[in-house]
Design a protein around this ligand. Structure first.
Ligand SMILES: [Zn+2]
Length: 87
């Protein structure tokens, strides 16, 4: 790891689709659509860790262990992303 990497790591910000509240900043390892967020790649968390939006309290993800790594599985349509996300 480290800052050198292979150029595939980039930062995105996740927002609530319902009320536009900033939820967290995430260090994404691969380009493509966001399906899950690994907990250890969340670099700045504006939530209470309960996977609910602090603004409108809607649930935006579900906790799941993905191959031994704790992750938030994002619920489609509940969030939107700002950052360098290529589709
Ligand atoms: Zn919200």
């Amino acid at each position: 790891m480290g800052t050198q990497g292979k150029g595939n790591i980039y930062h995105i910000k996740i927002y609530c689709a319902q009320c536009n509240t900033y939820l967290f900043k995430y260090r994404k390892e691969k380009r493509g659509s966001l399906v899950r967020c690994y907990i250890d790649n969340i670099v700045d968390d504006n939530t209470k860790g309960d996977l609910k939006c602090p603004g409108c309290l809607q649930e935006f993800a579900r906790f799941k262990i993905e191959k031994t790594r704790p992750a938030n599985r994002m619920i489609q349509g509940k969030i939107f992303i700002k950052g360098h996300l290529k589709k």
